[in-house]
Design a protein around this ligand. Structure first.
Ligand code: T4K
Length: 419
């Protein structure tokens, strides 16, 4: 299907081509302008502008305005949970949820995630304990989680990476057996299902991100979704300074509110969600077709029986078989203006402050460490044209075709400092 959301000025340009040599050496870059991972999906502008005008006319810009309430209701209905509490971003939503759920001491999380999952704990002096992932799914391995439990453990936070549900049943089983709370960081997984049930409805509560780079974006934004009346009530207080009435503060709180402008963008994008999925899926299928049968290059798969948002195109590169390493491919693509990303390199345990706190954590994270060296995310989303995807695939195919020779040339070629 043609992508009607792609940037209009770029549509006039002819499809870029690989011109002679790779740009990292002397060729012309395949793309005149950068192709990003994480360009925002933007829905119906007319509808958005109507809503923005409505906000200005009403002079009601935040504090439980009508768009925040509509956004929350629409999300709760779509996920099939009783409560959705919209917030200013997913990191603050995680922090507040962690506190509202009563976590303390140690909480088990993957290291193969965005740093916010760990920081949301450490920020409130709860120790994130990193457990290894299952290399087949990239998500927490329940057996490794169980091995990390100590008398100080109070909870587990699973991450539905790339929008694929983690082993919810295995984690729930471990949590129940040890009397632990189970929460999920569902930042990547809005609109996705696991075993036929919408992600957002598992564990005690889950957190979505609506950051600009996410499938559904409200600029900045996030939400806690839960079926628990108790957790929801506590979070509503905590995200609004603990106010239970005009002059009545009943709880320690902070400011985690979503504003009306974000909610208007979120609502508008929510209405276009099916079209975003269709574009993402078409790009994903094109990548799959055009990168099929390349030795050592595997595209992370989505289960077609589940609902998916197809927001991430994730390559796993086996340098030995592909003849080119992930880092060399990244260098090569960047020079072509394809700004691929190494999410979540080098792993939270190798970032500060965790690197200093737990210098030997990597010994218990062999699959995480191996994956951090293999993963590369390619651009996708509604900002890309179908032809762009094909050109990226041509570049990857050319890199693999020239594999070891290319590695030798790159090794002797100086790395240019960023412009
Ligand atoms: N848990 C998980 C598993 C997460 O992945 C995240 C966030 C969170 C929790 C926390 O959610 P929030 O608190 O953010 O709601 C980005 C995002 O900032 C972050 O939200 C996201 N994960 C993470 C995976 O990616 P960076 O450092 O990669 O962002 P940046 O600025 O390099 O942007 C990525 C690409 O997107 C760039 O190539 C440019 C493009 N872009 C970005 C923005 C913001 C645009 O084209 N337009 C834009 O407006 O972290």
């Amino acid at each position: 299907m043609a992508n009607s959301f792609a940037d209009s000025p770029r549509q006039a340009e002819p499809p870029p081509v690989l011109d002679g040599d790779f740009a990292v050496f002397s060729g012309k870059p395949a793309f005149a302008k950068p192709l990003h991972v994480g360009r925002p999906n933007i829905g119906d502008r007319t509808r958005l502008l109507e809503r923005l005008n409505g906000i200005l006319d009403s002079r009601w810009v935040t504090n439980a305005g009508c768009y925040v309430r509509q956004f929350e209701a629409a999300i709760a209905e779509q996920i099939g949970v009783r409560h959705c509490i919209a917030m200013c971003n997913a990191t603050v939503a995680l922090e507040i949820l962690i506190r509202a759920a009563g976590l303390r001491g140690e909480v088990i999380v993957p290291s193969f995630t965005f740093i916010a999952t760990a920081h949301a704990l450490q920020w409130q002096e709860i120790t994130p304990v990193f457990a290894d992932i299952d290399p087949a799914t990239h998500t927490l391995d329940p057996a490794r989680v169980e091995a990390m439990i100590t008398p100080r453990t109070t909870g587990i936070i699973g991450v539905h990476l790339w929008g694929r549900g983690c082993n919810v049943e295995g984690l729930q089983e471990v949590a129940t057996r040890h009397g632990l709370k189970l929460l999920f960081d569902a930042a990547h997984a809005f609109g996705c299902s696991h075993r036929g049930r919408m992600i957002g409805s598992f564990g005690e509560a889950e957190v979505f991100s609506f950051h600009g780079t996410k499938f559904l974006n409200s600029g900045e934004g996030g939400a806690v979704v839960t079926k628990s009346d108790e957790i929801a009530a506590r979070i509503r207080l905590m995200k609004n300074f603990g106010f239970a009435g005009e002059d009545r503060v009943v709880y320690l709180g902070t400011n985690g509110k979503m504003n009306e402008f974000s909610a208007a963008l979120g609502l508008t994008n929510l209405e276009c969600m099916e079209q975003f999925v269709a574009v993402n899926r078409a790009h994903y299928e094109r990548y799959r077709r055009e990168l099929a049968a390349l030795p050592g290059i595997a595209l992370v798969d989505y289960d077609a029986r589940e609902k998916g948002n197809y927001q991430y195109v994730v390559l796993e590169i086996d340098a030995g078989r592909a003849g080119i390493s992930r880092n060399s491919l990244l260098r090569l693509l960047r020079a072509e203006n394809v700004l691929a990303r190494r999410y979540f390199y080098p792993g939270c345990h190798r970032m500060q402050p965790y690197r200093s706190y737990f210098p030997h954590a990597g010994l218990l994270l062999p699959h995480t460490e191996a994956l951090c060296e293999r993963v590369l995310l390619l651009p996708t989303g509604t900002a890309l044209r179908d032809e762009d995807v094909s050109v990226v695939c041509r570049l990857v195919r050319a890199a693999v075709r020239e594999g070891p020779g290319l590695e030798r040339r790159l090794a002797s070629h100086p790395v240019r400092p960023p412009a």
